[in-house]
Write a protein that binds this ligand. Structure first.
Ligand SMILES: [Zn+2]
Length: 164
């Protein structure tokens, strides 16, 4: 069939799933026969549009899950990097916050360790106080501040689902 032999009719290097309709100027699905806004015929036949879509989809493995009826690629398939913290949040997994505060806690413990060395008692007290302050700063900052910032409320994320 003539249609199937012309899969290169479409520019597969263009990642867009949408196209600007030449008739109404609005965005519409690139691989549907008719513009969804005014019914303007974008492709000579539905089959040709389908063949073009298959050729386009085969050009990139990230497009494998895409539907002709989508107007843009899902965000996960565009981004090569995966935001694990965001994913874990969606899945309800509480990841340990990545943070500098554990390092702060270690510095505090270091001072406390030095304070345990039997040297001049005034120096030990000073070191102990410094170590304790740094240690508490680390613990409070890590547990109370960062943890709360990372998971403020669940109400904001649920609204982001309905973006179509
Ligand atoms: Zn149109």
């Amino acid at each position: 069939m003539a249609v199937a032999s012309k899969p290169r009719y479409v520019d597969v290097s263009n990642p867009s799933l949408s196209v600007q309709c030449p008739n109404c100027g609005l965005r519409t699905q690139r691989f549907l026969q008719y513009c969804r806004n005014d019914g303007y015929q974008l492709w000579p036949s539905s089959q040709m549009a389908s063949e073009a879509f298959k050729a386009w989809r085969a050009a990139d493995p990230r497009r494998a899950e895409v539907s002709r009826y989508d107007i843009e690629l899902p965000a996960e398939q565009v981004d090569a990097e995966i935001d694990y913290a965001e994913r874990a949040h969606k899945l309800g997994i509480h990841l340990f916050p990545s943070s500098n505060y554990p390092f702060t806690i270690c510095v505090g413990l270091l001072f406390l360790g030095i304070a345990a060395v039997p040297i001049d008692s005034t120096v030990r007290i000073i070191l102990f106080v410094i170590g304790l302050l740094i240690f508490l700063y680390g613990v409070i900052g890590w547990v109370l501040i960062e943890d709360v910032q990372m998971f403020p409320t669940d109400s904001t994320s649920s609204g982001g689902e309905a973006h179509h």
